[in-house]
Design a protein around this ligand. Sequence first.
Ligand SMILES: Cc1cc2nc3c(=O)[nH]c(=O)nc-3n(C[C@H](O)[C@H](O)[C@H](O)COP(=O)(O)OP(=O)(O)OC[C@H]3O[C@@H](n4cnc5c(N)ncnc54)[C@H](O)[C@@H]3O)c2cc1C
Length: 327
Amino acid sequence: MTIAIIGAGMAGLSAARDLTARGQSSVLFDKGRGPGGRMSSRRMETELGLIRFDHGAQYFTVSDPAFGEAVATWECDGIVAPWRGKLVTIDRDGLARPLGVRSRFVGQPGMSALIRHEAADQEVHWSSRVVAIDNGPSGVALRLENGVTAGPFEKVIVATPAEQAAELLHHAAPELAAQARAVRSAACWTLMCLFDNPLPVDWDGARLETGPLGWVARDGSKPGRVRVESWVLHASPDWSRRYIDLPREEIGATLLTAFQALATAPAPNLSSLHLWRYARSGCHQDAAPGWSHDARLGICGDWCADGRIEGAWKSGKEVVRAACPAL
Ligand SMILES: Cc1cc2nc3c(=O)[nH]c(=O)nc-3n(C[C@H](O)[C@H](O)[C@H](O)COP(=O)(O)OP(=O)(O)OC[C@H]3O[C@@H](n4cnc5c(N)ncnc54)[C@H](O)[C@@H]3O)c2cc1C
């Protein structure tokens, strides 16, 4: 019987690919219209042509040797490339320091390319939001938002952000739901801007220690992008939480004003605002990829690890080991 996976982001796809490698069939359901999750790229048709903004994850780093091997393969296939932009931290006094010398990788031509690549040979049902999980004697069934029931499946892996996992697992696996409920994800207001001319800053990305912005990046400086002056501005987690309910126009205006002061920027040619409600989960001591034999349900996702892309990838592998020890 097939194993179903809810969520086709990095974690869910990592699990699916591991199952495929072990000869076990799987099927993924994702509420998104296409590949990306929090590694999405926003496409915008402009007078300069089609431009992509990495409005979620910015780049990823590698610590784990197994993940390093996967990254090397993706690099060989041209799916990812190192981002050699000049990155800095800007402190409260406005002083810029280099942000360390780790290799940073990005998908090309956008972050979502990696998810698209990983999903290519998997059975993924997009625009398929799961609203409930029913585990009965014949297996685990998924109720979709459109009224359809999928399954029953032999086992189900939930690979969504923690808050969404807690909701889905509430009745079917209360102990896993409790683990997910203990995690609080931080929100992130994101503004994408396109300027007519290069801005007068000598860095391509900056972490900011004060003010509404936490991170800004010259998206067009990443490999494989159209060479335009496109910027992604992320509000800090504290600021995003505090102003999550503020009208969007006020959010956009405040973030833009802060960036204009930082980078001596004029009015952008184009801008667009996005709210990531469950952006980053950080490191949670008690959260780990988990498996309930009784419920035939498991959890994975970045929140079960280090809150980053590498952690999401590893968590998918770990939950498969727990779910299918005999494979
Ligand atoms: C603004 C921002 C900046 C970031 N910057 C970085 C960075 O620089 N470096 C880094 O390593 N990480 C970064 N991250 C974190 C990184 O994006 C995540 O760690 C990683 O993408 C998580 O993968 P995942 O598969 O666990 O979750 P996701 O990518 O969120 O995938 C979960 C999937 O589940 C789907 N889903 C949710 N609920 C349901 C449902 N009920 N039914 C069906 N489908 C559902 C969603 O559509 C989604 O596709 C950033 C994230 C954000 C938002």
